[in-house]
Design a protein around this ligand. Structure first.
Ligand SMILES: [Zn+2]
Length: 488
């Protein structure tokens, strides 16, 4: 799929994960996010290379994850199963597992899983409870598992914070974080809640903080279902304001926060594309010029023309698979009553900027980019990882972070798509990535990369496999259409 580092160079992933967020009134979005997340359990993984989440499945009453899916974002993985035996390789480390057995071997040495190992459809399932001891054998470094809350820290990644009350009138509670954060924020009478699912936030010395303020008496830290949660208790309505590049969150009475924000950020209008950022050298296919009505969905067949994408095999280019997937997805969406524009319905050149411009000009309620890959086992669903820091300055700031205000809805869409694909027993993973043009699209935007379930690339061209996946995507979009339709 060839996208890493094409946009911004090799900036540390962690620095990109959260970004400058100014004023936040996300009550509605946060509640939508919660309702779409559903009851499914998942494991959040934090590492220097990537932050991602994986579905947790239950076997014999215990929590399990796929080992291949877990380590695949972190290095080269491969697996072979013959009967009950499953051989797995991560970079140069080899493991051997047996279905139904609690003991495995890693580099020839015994490893105790505590619970049984399972092989299903060539997937090796390991108990979540074993990860803290098993993963260091493969990774050669520490893995810190918070088992009860489904959070896994690989290597030395953690975000700490302090909280202090400024006893002004009105009082302000100031959180300072060691790295930028981008939580979802919700409020209810008496409390403001910040949920950190993508940040490796760790607990303060005491989970309950008291401030001796009548307006904001206390805050507490908790963890659950793949996220850390900070709850601020207040006797008056409060709001969260983000500053210092996402490293500072100030909780203040709602009226005071609004006044401060109005003074500090007169230009805090929704981001819009900068026309000067659009190259004009590529020819424009006729079918995208004639957009006269608003389509609900814009489906983008990635690559095309001179850009072949990945060579999936000697005879198969990614650009051809993405067009087939795009047509299949259009059919699936339209059969559910969702008007759909396919951005590239021919073998045309279309730049990343042009793709974003068309999605934005059409005010699409959802933008879906399609990619294909020869390896990766199943489906990956991406949301934007917005540039942070130096990328945030300069004339194109609004273009490179155009996605900012829709990121919560994009994640809602990604979660819904992941859940539907899971229901069809296809391995699926949810990732943030600096994948253009997602960051340039102003509305909800996701990218979907389809790989064969095993090693047979021909599966990518099989209509039943394509339809299975696009049907799942369309079902997820249709089920949440009211949320996306309400997007700005
Ligand atoms: Zn691609």
């Amino acid at each position: 799929m060839r996208w890493i580092n094409t946009a911004q160079g090799s900036v540390d992933f962690r620095a990109r994960i959260a970004k400058a967020r100014r004023l936040l009134v996300l009550l509605l979005l946060a509640s939508l996010l919660l309702s779409a997340a559903g009851p499914e359990k998942h494991l959040s993984v934090y590492s220097v290379a990537a932050n991602y989440s994986l579905p947790i499945t239950q076997r014999e009453g215990r929590d399990y994850v796929g080992l291949l899916e877990l380590l695949e974002p972190l290095g080269r993985v491969s697996a072979k199963s013959d009967g009950q035996r499953w051989r797995f390789r991560y970079n140069s480390v080899e493991g051997e597992f047996q279905s139904g057995k609690t003991r495995a071997r890693v580099q020839g040495r015994e490893a105790d899983l505590g619970e049984k190992f399972f092989v299903e459809n060539n997937r090796g399932l390991v108990p979540v409870s074993s990860l803290g001891s098993l993963l260091p054998r493969f990774l050669g470094g520490p893995a810190n598992l918070h088992e009860a809350s489904g959070r896994l820290f690989i290597g030395s990644v953690s975000t700490h914070f302090t909280a202090s009350l400024a006893a002004d009138n009105p009082p302000r509670l100031v959180f300072n974080f060691t790295a930028p954060v981008n939580p979802s924020v919700s409020t209810e009478p008496g409390a403001l809640r910040m949920t950190f699912s993508r940040e490796p936030l760790v607990a303060p010395a005491s989970p309950t903080l008291t401030f001796g303020s009548k307006a904001i008496p206390s805050a507490s830290y908790s963890e659950g279902n793949g996220a850390a949660v900070l709850t601020v208790n207040s006797t008056i309505p409060v709001m969260a304001t983000f500053s210092n590049g996402g490293r500072t969150v100030t909780i203040a009475p709602a009226a005071a926060a609004q006044a401060a924000a109005a003074g500090a950020q007169p230009a805090a209008t929704p981001a819009s594309p900068a026309p000067t950022a659009n190259p004009t050298s590529s020819p424009t296919p006729a079918q995208v010029v004639q957009v006269s009505r608003r389509y609900f969905a814009v489906v983008d067949a990635s690559h095309g023309g001179d850009d072949h994408g990945e060579s999936l095999s000697s005879a198969l280019a990614e650009k051809d698979v993405t067009v087939a997937l795009a047509r299949s997805l259009r059919q699936q969406l339209e059969s559910r009553g969702i008007t759909t524009l396919v951005l590239r319905d021919s073998d045309a050149n279309l730049s990343l900027d042009q793709r974003a411009v068309f999605a934005n000009a059409d005010h699409a309620a959802i933008y879906i980019a399609l990619h294909a890959a020869s390896s990766g086992h199943g489906v990956r669903v991406y949301t934007a990882l917005l540039p942070f820091g130096p990328d945030d300055r300069g004339p194109f700031r609004s273009w490179t972070t155009a996605q900012h205000n829709s990121l919560s809805l994009s994640r809602t869409a990604a979660s819904a798509v992941v859940a539907e694909i899971q229901k069809r027993q296809i391995p699926v993973r949810n990732l943030d990535a600096p994948l253009r043009p997602l960051n340039n699209v102003t509305g909800p935007a996701i990218a979907i990369e389809v790989a064969p379930q095993g090693s047979n690339v021909a599966q990518l061209t099989a209509p039943d496999y394509q339809d299975l996946i696009t049907g799942a995507v369309a079902t997820a979009i249709a089920a949440n259409r009211d949320q996306f339709g309400a997007a700005p």
